[in-house]
Design a protein around this ligand. Structure first.
Ligand code: DX5
Ligand code: ZN
Length: 220
Protein backbone atom coordinates (compact mmCIF):
# COMPACT_ATOMS: atom_id res chain seq x y z
CA UNK A 1 0.00 0.00 0.00
CA UNK A 2 1.09 3.51 -0.84
CA UNK A 3 1.26 6.27 1.75
CA UNK A 4 -2.03 8.16 1.23
CA UNK A 5 -1.87 11.83 0.33
CA UNK A 6 -3.75 14.14 2.69
CA UNK A 7 -5.85 16.99 1.28
CA UNK A 8 -7.42 19.13 4.00
CA UNK A 9 -10.65 20.79 2.84
CA UNK A 10 -10.74 24.53 3.45
CA UNK A 11 -14.55 24.27 3.64
CA UNK A 12 -14.08 23.66 7.37
CA UNK A 13 -11.56 26.50 7.84
CA UNK A 14 -12.32 29.82 9.51
CA UNK A 15 -13.20 31.91 6.42
CA UNK A 16 -12.49 35.17 8.23
CA UNK A 17 -8.85 34.05 8.57
CA UNK A 18 -8.60 31.99 5.40
CA UNK A 19 -5.07 33.11 4.43
CA UNK A 20 -3.65 32.04 7.80
CA UNK A 21 -5.68 28.83 7.72
CA UNK A 22 -4.18 27.87 4.35
CA UNK A 23 -0.65 28.80 5.42
CA UNK A 24 -1.13 26.68 8.55
CA UNK A 25 -2.03 23.44 6.73
CA UNK A 26 0.65 24.12 4.11
CA UNK A 27 3.27 24.38 6.88
CA UNK A 28 1.75 21.50 8.87
CA UNK A 29 2.13 18.87 6.16
CA UNK A 30 -0.87 18.98 3.82
CA UNK A 31 -0.04 17.34 0.48
CA UNK A 32 -2.84 19.04 -1.47
CA UNK A 33 -5.33 21.79 -0.64
CA UNK A 34 -8.92 20.67 -1.31
CA UNK A 35 -11.25 23.44 -2.53
CA UNK A 36 -15.01 22.74 -2.48
CA UNK A 37 -16.83 24.82 -5.09
CA UNK A 38 -20.63 24.78 -4.62
CA UNK A 39 -23.30 26.53 -6.66
CA UNK A 40 -26.52 26.29 -4.62
CA UNK A 41 -28.01 24.31 -7.50
CA UNK A 42 -26.14 21.03 -7.91
CA UNK A 43 -25.73 21.01 -4.12
CA UNK A 44 -27.79 22.90 -1.51
CA UNK A 45 -24.91 25.16 -0.40
CA UNK A 46 -22.72 27.90 -1.90
CA UNK A 47 -19.02 28.61 -1.54
CA UNK A 48 -16.35 30.02 -3.86
CA UNK A 49 -15.60 30.80 -7.48
CA UNK A 50 -12.48 31.18 -9.64
CA UNK A 51 -11.37 34.42 -7.93
CA UNK A 52 -11.03 32.53 -4.65
CA UNK A 53 -8.89 29.93 -6.42
CA UNK A 54 -6.69 32.77 -7.75
CA UNK A 55 -6.33 34.17 -4.22
CA UNK A 56 -5.42 30.71 -2.86
CA UNK A 57 -2.87 30.37 -5.66
CA UNK A 58 -1.07 33.45 -4.34
CA UNK A 59 -1.11 32.02 -0.81
CA UNK A 60 0.37 28.53 -1.37
CA UNK A 61 2.50 26.51 -3.78
CA UNK A 62 0.77 23.22 -2.84
CA UNK A 63 -1.46 21.63 -5.52
CA UNK A 64 -4.98 23.08 -5.46
CA UNK A 65 -7.44 20.17 -5.67
CA UNK A 66 -10.61 21.80 -6.95
CA UNK A 67 -13.86 19.87 -6.49
CA UNK A 68 -16.59 21.40 -8.66
CA UNK A 69 -20.02 20.70 -7.21
CA UNK A 70 -21.62 22.81 -9.92
CA UNK A 71 -23.85 22.11 -12.90
CA UNK A 72 -23.29 22.92 -15.63
CA UNK A 73 -19.54 22.86 -15.02
CA UNK A 74 -18.39 23.26 -18.64
CA UNK A 75 -18.68 27.07 -18.88
CA UNK A 76 -16.27 27.47 -15.92
CA UNK A 77 -13.54 24.87 -16.52
CA UNK A 78 -11.06 27.19 -18.26
CA UNK A 79 -11.61 29.93 -15.65
CA UNK A 80 -10.74 27.58 -12.81
CA UNK A 81 -7.67 26.27 -14.67
CA UNK A 82 -6.51 29.80 -15.45
CA UNK A 83 -7.03 30.80 -11.82
CA UNK A 84 -4.45 28.18 -10.87
CA UNK A 85 -6.37 24.98 -10.12
CA UNK A 86 -3.97 22.03 -10.49
CA UNK A 87 -6.64 19.33 -10.33
CA UNK A 88 -10.25 19.79 -11.40
CA UNK A 89 -13.04 17.30 -10.69
CA UNK A 90 -16.40 17.42 -12.43
CA UNK A 91 -19.32 15.36 -11.13
CA UNK A 92 -20.55 12.57 -13.39
CA UNK A 93 -24.08 13.46 -12.23
CA UNK A 94 -25.73 16.58 -13.59
CA UNK A 95 -23.20 17.09 -16.39
CA UNK A 96 -24.25 15.36 -19.62
CA UNK A 97 -20.91 15.53 -21.46
CA UNK A 98 -18.29 14.77 -18.82
CA UNK A 99 -16.16 12.86 -21.32
CA UNK A 100 -15.65 16.14 -23.14
CA UNK A 101 -15.31 18.06 -19.85
CA UNK A 102 -12.32 15.87 -18.95
CA UNK A 103 -10.69 16.67 -22.29
CA UNK A 104 -11.35 20.39 -21.78
CA UNK A 105 -9.73 20.29 -18.33
CA UNK A 106 -6.62 18.59 -19.72
CA UNK A 107 -6.40 21.05 -22.62
CA UNK A 108 -6.63 23.91 -20.13
CA UNK A 109 -3.51 22.61 -18.39
CA UNK A 110 -5.07 21.03 -15.29
CA UNK A 111 -5.26 17.36 -14.29
CA UNK A 112 -8.76 15.96 -14.92
CA UNK A 113 -10.83 14.01 -12.43
CA UNK A 114 -14.36 12.73 -11.90
CA UNK A 115 -16.25 12.99 -8.62
CA UNK A 116 -18.96 10.40 -7.99
CA UNK A 117 -21.88 10.70 -5.55
CA UNK A 118 -22.85 7.95 -3.08
CA UNK A 119 -25.94 6.96 -5.10
CA UNK A 120 -24.11 6.50 -8.40
CA UNK A 121 -22.77 3.06 -9.35
CA UNK A 122 -19.05 2.74 -10.19
CA UNK A 123 -19.90 1.61 -13.74
CA UNK A 124 -20.76 5.26 -14.51
CA UNK A 125 -16.99 5.69 -14.94
CA UNK A 126 -16.40 2.75 -17.30
CA UNK A 127 -16.14 4.81 -20.48
CA UNK A 128 -14.38 7.72 -18.78
CA UNK A 129 -11.35 5.82 -17.49
CA UNK A 130 -9.11 6.70 -20.45
CA UNK A 131 -9.72 10.42 -20.01
CA UNK A 132 -9.22 10.78 -16.25
CA UNK A 133 -6.22 10.76 -13.91
CA UNK A 134 -8.15 11.24 -10.65
CA UNK A 135 -11.31 9.80 -9.12
CA UNK A 136 -13.02 11.34 -6.10
CA UNK A 137 -15.37 8.94 -4.34
CA UNK A 138 -17.91 10.81 -2.23
CA UNK A 139 -18.49 9.00 1.04
CA UNK A 140 -21.16 11.55 2.06
CA UNK A 141 -23.77 13.31 -0.06
CA UNK A 142 -21.97 16.45 -1.24
CA UNK A 143 -22.81 19.88 0.12
CA UNK A 144 -21.63 20.06 3.70
CA UNK A 145 -18.70 19.18 5.93
CA UNK A 146 -19.08 17.20 9.11
CA UNK A 147 -21.41 14.47 7.85
CA UNK A 148 -21.27 10.78 8.70
CA UNK A 149 -19.23 8.41 6.51
CA UNK A 150 -21.42 6.07 4.42
CA UNK A 151 -20.08 2.54 4.94
CA UNK A 152 -21.56 1.07 1.76
CA UNK A 153 -19.14 3.14 -0.33
CA UNK A 154 -16.23 0.86 0.64
CA UNK A 155 -17.30 -1.71 -1.95
CA UNK A 156 -17.42 1.01 -4.60
CA UNK A 157 -13.84 2.03 -3.82
CA UNK A 158 -12.73 -1.59 -4.30
CA UNK A 159 -14.47 -1.82 -7.67
CA UNK A 160 -13.05 1.51 -8.86
CA UNK A 161 -9.55 0.48 -7.74
CA UNK A 162 -9.80 -2.65 -9.89
CA UNK A 163 -11.11 -0.60 -12.84
CA UNK A 164 -8.31 1.94 -12.41
CA UNK A 165 -5.57 -0.70 -12.18
CA UNK A 166 -6.94 -2.47 -15.27
CA UNK A 167 -6.08 0.62 -17.34
CA UNK A 168 -2.38 0.12 -16.57
CA UNK A 169 -2.13 3.84 -15.84
CA UNK A 170 -1.50 5.54 -12.52
CA UNK A 171 -4.97 6.71 -11.45
CA UNK A 172 -5.31 8.21 -8.00
CA UNK A 173 -8.47 7.50 -6.03
CA UNK A 174 -9.44 10.07 -3.42
CA UNK A 175 -12.16 9.73 -0.83
CA UNK A 176 -14.18 12.70 0.36
CA UNK A 177 -16.54 12.91 3.33
CA UNK A 178 -16.43 11.71 6.91
CA UNK A 179 -12.75 10.76 6.75
CA UNK A 180 -11.10 10.53 10.17
CA UNK A 181 -8.54 8.19 11.79
CA UNK A 182 -11.24 5.50 12.11
CA UNK A 183 -12.47 5.51 8.50
CA UNK A 184 -9.05 6.26 6.91
CA UNK A 185 -7.59 2.73 7.27
CA UNK A 186 -10.77 1.21 5.82
CA UNK A 187 -10.79 3.33 2.67
CA UNK A 188 -7.06 2.91 2.09
CA UNK A 189 -7.38 -0.89 2.40
CA UNK A 190 -10.16 -0.69 -0.18
CA UNK A 191 -7.81 1.09 -2.61
CA UNK A 192 -7.92 4.82 -1.92
CA UNK A 193 -4.62 6.70 -2.00
CA UNK A 194 -5.79 10.25 -1.27
CA UNK A 195 -7.85 11.40 1.70
CA UNK A 196 -9.83 14.63 1.84
CA UNK A 197 -10.55 15.78 5.38
CA UNK A 198 -12.36 18.90 6.55
CA UNK A 199 -13.53 18.39 10.11
CA UNK A 200 -10.78 15.89 10.96
CA UNK A 201 -8.16 18.61 10.30
CA UNK A 202 -9.76 22.02 10.88
CA UNK A 203 -11.88 20.74 13.77
CA UNK A 204 -8.73 19.75 15.66
CA UNK A 205 -6.58 22.09 17.77
CA UNK A 206 -3.26 20.84 16.29
CA UNK A 207 -3.34 20.67 12.48
CA UNK A 208 0.09 19.04 12.20
CA UNK A 209 -0.95 16.24 14.51
CA UNK A 210 -4.34 15.88 12.79
CA UNK A 211 -2.71 15.52 9.35
CA UNK A 212 -0.09 13.04 10.52
CA UNK A 213 -2.70 11.05 12.50
CA UNK A 214 -4.72 10.64 9.28
CA UNK A 215 -1.67 9.58 7.28
CA UNK A 216 -0.61 7.11 9.98
CA UNK A 217 -4.14 5.73 10.29
CA UNK A 218 -4.22 5.23 6.53
CA UNK A 219 -1.13 3.04 6.72
CA UNK A 220 -2.43 0.95 9.60
C1 DX5 B 1 -18.57 17.83 0.96
C2 DX5 B 1 -17.20 18.26 0.51
C3 DX5 B 1 -16.11 17.75 1.37
C4 DX5 B 1 -16.16 18.24 2.80
C5 DX5 B 1 -15.68 17.13 3.67
O1 DX5 B 1 -19.50 18.21 0.02
O2 DX5 B 1 -16.95 17.79 -0.81
O3 DX5 B 1 -14.84 18.03 0.79
O4 DX5 B 1 -15.37 19.37 3.03
O5 DX5 B 1 -15.85 17.48 5.01
P1 DX5 B 1 -15.65 16.41 6.17
O6 DX5 B 1 -14.23 15.90 6.08
O7 DX5 B 1 -15.90 17.20 7.39
O8 DX5 B 1 -16.65 15.31 5.95
ZN1 ZN C 1 -14.85 17.96 -1.65
Amino acid sequence: RKIPLIAPSILSADFMRLGEEVTAIDRDGADWIHVDVMDGHFVPNMTFGPSMVAALRRQTDKPLDVHLMIAPADPYLESFAQAGANHIYVHCEGNPHVHRSLQTIRKSGAIPGIAICPGTPPEALTYLMEELDLILVMTVNPGFGGQKFIDAQIGKIEILRAMADATGRDIRIGVDGGIDPTTAPRVVKAGADMLVAGTAVYGQPDYRKAISDLRDAGMR
